[in-house]
Design a protein around this ligand. Structure first.
Ligand code: SAH
Ligand code: SF4
Ligand code: F3S
Length: 453
């Protein structure tokens, strides 16, 4: 009987896509997926270490798995992958005897081999040999058609691995390694492959997607890559995350404006509205430069929706610096925002050289104030969209009610509507009728569609 695997994923889209790749690799090696951890012979935990809480989840989960083994008398093979694996390496094997294999972020292609090995030597009661594989593989190519995509309509396509930016707060350059570009031909092939499999949207992934330069074609930068992808027949939408503000070029803005498949949405992490905090963060742009960029984007694409990431309570952030973050959010009017309380991360400049001097209570006060402001702005933007007709990619049905569908606008806002499940996977014009705090409600507009219901 085939051995069964379960992958649990924490963290960003990059990790979700790595899990899709690992699932594909394991299936190619003969494993079958299961959703039940009591039934799994192999459990892969794909981890994130971007903030303290994300990291602690691994050890909580390992404790549960170990307990499960003790209760049932049989333990699964456990592999830890992802950013905590790269960062902590052998310390994970020391801290938890539930773990058999630790694989770094740049070695996932080796997963089936290492897991097979562990399965061979596996004892149902204790760990026999533990495997640690952290050496980076330079080669970022990945065979097409292997990844087991979790969403049939939207496909992740990695374009860059790693990051050389070294923002002072961020662990990613240490966990994901140095920046490595994937070949343009392979990226286009991956996207074509996904479209042939039915995907309507591709989402390009990388820590700084707009830093892209094709290793196999010196003339292909990020703008040119968008152009090539836009030409894929059958593809309807292109998204990407995250661009860095300092690498947004006029060429990139022009491509976004001209290319019909590129969504009218830009996730443009700002982190802080204060130039002095931005300098301490090593973000290499000022408040004024960011606001000027937003103005240029809006001039080229008046309907573009912007979203962002913000950190509150970075070392040295004064109440006046925080006020500047509030006033920047007020000035930009983001459609959505992810906000975080600063937490010191291993290896980073902020941990080594700066003092985490904003108290936990003050961080909480700041994030609550920022989120209240964002809620008001988002509410106003959502209310203003009532009555508009927007193209919506219908991507799922409600778990609670049949004939209840959900999709996203080009600006990336969730729209719920009543409709026929056969619409899933199509882009349809939807009139917005109602604004809720985190989503919109609408109705499909064509008479034909209505008759179908
Ligand atoms: N590559 C992306 C960000 C990846 S991490 C970029 O350059 O924008 C995602 C977000 O987590 C960051 O944008 C930041 O807002 C947040 N983050 C990263 N490190 C953090 C830390 N030490 N404390 C709190 N938030 C952090
Ligand atoms: Fe982290 Fe900065 Fe790189 Fe983004 S650009 S991954 S925030 S170091
Ligand atoms: Fe987390 Fe690693 Fe992504 S730290 S956010 S999983 S790159």
């Amino acid at each position: 009987m085939a051995k069964k695997y379960l992958i649990e994923t924490y963290g960003c889209q990059m990790n979700i896509h790595d899990s899709e790749r690992m699932a594909g690799l394991l299936e190619q090696a003969g494993y079958e997926s299961t959703a039940d951890d009591m039934d799994a012979d192999v459990i892969v935990i794909n981890t994130c270490s971007v903030r303290e809480k994300a990291e602690e989840k691994l050890f909580t989960r390992l404790g549960e798995i170990q307990h499960r083994g003790i209760k049932s008398g049989s333990r699964p093979v456990v592999a830890v992958t992802g950013c905590v694996a790269q960062q902590e390496g052998s310390r994970i094997l020391q801290r938890s005897s539930a773990v058999d294999v630790v694989i770094g972020t740049q070695n996932i292609k080796r997963l089936p081999m290492l897991v097979d090995d562990a399965v061979q030597h596996h004892s149902t009661t204790s760990r026999r040999g533990a495997v640690l594989e952290l050496d980076p593989l330079e080669d970022v190519s990945f065979p097409l058609g292997i990844a087991k995509r979790h969403d049939p309509h939207k496909a992740f396509v990695t374009i860059i691995e790693g990051c050389n930016e070294f923002c002072a707060f961020c662990v990613v350059p240490y966990t994901r390694g140095k920046e490595r570009m994937r070949g343009a031909a392979e990226i286009v092939g991956d996207a074509e492959n996904a479209v042939a499999d039915g995907a309507k949207e591709i989402q390009l992934l990388g820590q700084i997607v707009n830093h892209y330069k094709a290793p196999d074609d010196p003339s292909c930068d990020f703008a040119a890559l968008l152009e090539r992808l836009d030409a894929i027949e059958g593809l309807q939408r292109i998204r990407f995350a995250s661009p860095h503000p300092r690498h947004v070029t006029p060429r990139m803005i022009d491509s976004m404006r001209r290319l019909p498949k590129v969504c009218r949405h830009l996730h443009l992490p700002v982190q802080s509205g204060s130039t002095s905090t931005l300098r301490a963060m090593r973000r290499r742009h000022t408040r004024a430069e960011y606001l000027e960029l937003v103005a240029r984007l809006r001039e080229a694409m008046p309907d573009i929706a912007l979203s962002t990431d913000i950190i509150v309570g970075f070392p040295g952030e004064t109440p006046a610096d925080f006020e500047e973050t509030l006033s920047l959010a007020e000035a930009v009017r983001y459609h959505s925002m992810f906000s975080f309380k600063y937490s010191p991360r291993p290896n980073t400049l902020a941990l080594k050289r700066m003092f985490d001097d904003v108290s936990e209570e003050e961080k909480t006060r700041r994030i609550v104030e920022l989120q209240a402001l964002q809620k008001r702005i988002q509410g106003e933007l959502f209310a203003a969209s009532i009555g508009r007709v927007e193209p919506v990619l219908i991507d799922s049905r409600s778990r609670r009610r049949e004939w209840e569908l959900s999709g996203r606008t080009s600006g990336n806002t969730v729209v719920n509507l009543s409709g026929d499940p056969v619409w899933i996977g199509q882009v349809l014009p939807v009139r917005i009728t109602e604004a809720n705090p985190n989503s919109l409600r609408g109705e499909a507009v064509t008479a034909f569609m209505k008759a179908e219901i």
